[in-house]
Design a protein around this ligand. Structure first.
Ligand SMILES: [Zn+2]
Length: 55
């Protein structure tokens, strides 16, 4: 789990507990071991809201 600094939750506007998470519904590709690599997204540890990394 990686704590992300400088990101703001669009729902509760807090910045202190944003973590990196995987969006298991979006597989980018499979690595050489055949394991899926998922698209990254952020999760707010304050309200539990998930939001995309592009914002
Ligand atoms: Zn939040």
């Amino acid at each position: 789990m990686t704590l992300i600094k400088g990101k703001k939750c669009p729902k509760c506007s807090k910045t202190d507990r944003i973590i990196e998470a995987e969006d298991k519904t979006k597989i980018l590709y499979y690595n050489m071991q055949g394991s899926p690599v998922y698209k990254k997204q952020y999760k707010c540890g304050n309200c539990g809201h998930y939001f995309p990394t592009e914002t």
